[in-house]
Design a protein around this ligand. Structure first.
Ligand code: ADE
Length: 230
């Protein structure tokens, strides 16, 4: 069974409406919907925004549902010029841009004593997602690359530039790397799938509202195609 974590109500609602045999359970304020989606058993949940919510949500998926893998869908701000609003970024790896223990002898983004700085995504999930995305969303570009997460909505050119310089990531959002860390600690495969809603710069707040719906449409279409293919 696959776990699907969305950060926002709108994406989870869209997927939940096409689920059958749904059993709902609320834990830690998050409602988990177990059921059948595109003929496959899945648990769908809205984690809420930010790394703590995302980490907790992942652990519940592992403990209560014994999921074989976790897919995190949602939207993100683009960090590279060629990644446009509406395009999709699939994670090759995920890092936390707001972790800074440099003064303690670690690299920027590295969590002390864990032994790794970033968390590689599952190669099989990535391969299936890439193939499905090109088929399900032929009118947009699909990128694979590093995702940089942090407890910040990035909406300034300076901050965007800083993340890009230090992490060379394709997009930034607020949950992916926390899910990746939880998946790593539980030896569970994961993938982050993000549709770009804004450019993470001074126009981010405006673009976010205008393009959120379009971006969600692309990620939902991809998740459905992936479930059929897996
Ligand atoms: N999610 C969507 N856009 C974002 C941004 N600019 N920063 C952080 N999370 C986001």
């Amino acid at each position: 069974m696959l776990g699907i974590i969305g950060a926002m109500e709108v994406e989870v609602r869209t997927l939940r409406e096409s689920m059958s045999d749904v059993e709902a359970l609320t834990v830690a304020g998050m409602t988990f919907y177990k059921g059948t989606l595109e003929g496959k058993e899945a648990v769908l949940v809205r984690s809420g925004v930010g790394k703590v919510n995302a980490g907790l949500c992942s652990q519940i998926l592992v403990d209560r549902y014994r999921v074989e893998g976790i897919i995190n869908t949602g939207i993100a701000g683009s960090l590279k010029n060629e990644v446009n609003i509406g395009d999709i970024v699939l994670s090759t790896t995920a890092v936390q841009h707001d972790v800074d223990a440099v003064g303690f002898g670690y690299q920027l983004g590295e969590i002390p004593q864990l032994g790794v700085k970033e968390f590689p995504a599952d190669a099989h999930l990535l391969e299936v997602a890439l193939k499905c995305c090109r088929e399900a969303n032929p009118d947009i570009q699909t990128f694979t690359g590093r995702v940089a997460s942090g407890d910040q909505f990035v909406n300034s050119r300076e901050k965007k530039q800083w993340i890009l310089e230090h992490f060379d990531a394709y997009c930034t959002e607020m949950e992916g790397a926390a899910i990746a860390q939880a998946a790593y600690l539980n030896r569970t495969p994961y993938l982050v799938v993000r549709a770009i809603s804004d450019k993470a710069d001074d126009s981010a707040d405006m673009d976010y509202s205008a393009f959120e719906a379009k971006a969600v449409e692309h990620s939902v279409r991809l998740i459905r195609a992936m479930l059929r293919a897996l």
